[in-house]
Write a protein that binds this ligand. Structure first.
Ligand code: AR6
Length: 171
């Protein structure tokens, strides 16, 4: 089935979807940006599930480019899929790691049977990735993904991010 790609400007924690993707860090124990908003609005159940993951599978943390799911707590979603984006580097090309975040999140969504997935612009905040390039990688990667996901919703915080994704989609 063809995947629909939808752009929304706003707060990702308000999206009613099967899965909300979190731009987490490898500790899985919370932070600022999208991560902070998801834990604040989703409540302590998400953090408890993240702690369990740390104690079971990810004692050393979730590696960059990987994804793992938890409950969505009080968010209007079934799951939160946590992924760890790469920190932007001016002297090393980490694009493949950023692409991997989108691919892995969709793979986890497929495992769970989630058909609608909301993504933030991973790595483009605290991690410093330039928005135009982050948007290009996001769009190219989900377009090329072999997945059962029917709708990918990119939820962009501000007008500049929205415009960058619009431009990437038009290419
Ligand atoms: N909804 C949608 N987009 C948002 C929201 C929101 N509620 N809040 C911020 N953004 P960031 P990163 C945008 O920093 O760069 C955390 O501390 C934001 O404008 O959330 O991957 C983690 O714990 C930006 O465009 O994630 C990690 O330590 C994009 O979402 C680190 O930040 C991503 O910004 C991860 O950094």
């Amino acid at each position: 089935m063809d995947m629909r790609i939808v752009l929304v400007q706003g707060d990702i924690t308000a999206e009613s979807v099967d899965a909300v993707v979190n731009a987490a860090n490898s500790s899985l124990l919370g932070g600022g940006g999208v991560d902070g908003a998801i834990h604040r609005k989703g409540g302590p159940e998400i953090l408890a599930a993240c702690r369990d993951l740390r104690n079971s599978h990810y004692g050393k943390g979730l590696p960059t480019g990987r994804a793992v799911a938890t409950t969505a707590g009080r968010l209007p979603a079934r799951h939160v899929i946590h992924t760890v984006g790469p920190v932007w580097s001016p002297d090393e090309d980490r694009s493949e790691l950023l692409a991997s975040c989108y691919r892995e999140a969709l793979r986890v969504a497929d495992e769970l049977g989630d058909r609608t997935v909301a993504f933030p612009a991973v790595s483009t905040g605290v991690y410093g990735w330039p928005m135009e390039d982050g948007a290009r990688i996001a769009v190219e990667t989900v377009r090329a993904a072999a997945t059962e996901v029917e709708e990918v919703r990119f939820v962009l915080f501000d007008a500049a991010a929205y415009a960058a994704f619009e431009a990437a989609l038009a290419r």
